[in-house]
Design a protein around this ligand. Structure first.
Ligand SMILES: [Zn+2]
Ligand SMILES: [Zn+2]
Ligand SMILES: [Zn+2]
Ligand SMILES: [Zn+2]
Length: 213
């Protein structure tokens, strides 16, 4: 591909690989969604992005050790609720106070130390013993290793537990969701996930314009 024929809209840098609503239509004006190919209209960029990531089922369970690796979600809140409940929340044993334990560790503990309970009892004990997760480690981002250092350097009230940089669960969700959104768009365009590109779309030429950064 030659460089010369490319049309670039200067100054419309996109934080994500997804084109903004302004690149596709005016707010409130109907247009054909390039992903689901149905006519849509959106009042603002935020609602367009939410629709596009829902189309793409952009959010997947990030836990590598379970059968739900391929579980896809269209909404970040539904995805993160799953992550928290199934994989990231820590629990205490309601019977003997042992913990905090990960869900598999609690399960293991219940079946070895309290085997007088049946599976319904286990379920109740697992549900009831779950701690409310308020913070997560920035180092636990499954997609990058740089975030912890960035949060530490930014010094915007990171909660330090020993040497671990803890962030608010909402901040963690938003950070990991942004990685997933980026990857979903790159996958749609058939680009390798490590590619760092600025993507530009213009209405006259609907093919994405790729600029190495
Ligand atoms: Zn759509
Ligand atoms: Zn999962
Ligand atoms: Zn116990
Ligand atoms: Zn990250």
């Amino acid at each position: 591909m030659g460089q010369s024929g490319r049309r670039v809209r200067k100054g419309v840098a996109l934080s994500s690989a997804l084109p903004s609503l302004w690149d596709l239509a005016l707010p409130g004006q109907p247009f054909k969604c390039p992903i689901c190919l149905t006519m849509q209209r959106f009042p603002n960029d935020r609602s367009w992005r939410s629709h596009a990531f829902d189309d793409l089922k952009a959010y997947r369970c990030t836990n590598p050790d379970t059968g739900c690796r391929e579980r896809l979600f269209g909404q970040p809140d539904a995805w993160f609720k799953h992550e928290l409940k199934e994989h990231r929340a820590l629990s205490h044993c309601l019977l003997c106070g042992l913990g905090p334990l990960s869900r598999p560790a609690l399960h293991q503990h219940l079946s070895t130390s309290h085997h007088e309970f049946n599976s319904d009892g286990f379920m109740m004990l697992e549900e009831g013993g779950r701690n409310v997760t308020k913070t997560l480690s920035a180092g636990d981002c499954p997609f990058c290793s740089s975030w912890e250092g960035q949060v530490r350097r930014a010094g915007t009230t990171p909660i330090l537990v020993n040497v671990t940089v803890m962030v608010d669960v909402e901040q963690f969700k938003n950070h990991v969701a942004a990685h997933q959104e980026e990857l979903a768009v790159l996958a749609l365009l058939g680009l390798p996930s490590r590619t760092k590109l600025s993507i530009w779309v213009s209405q006259e030429d609907p093919s994405p314009q790729l600029l190495p950064t």
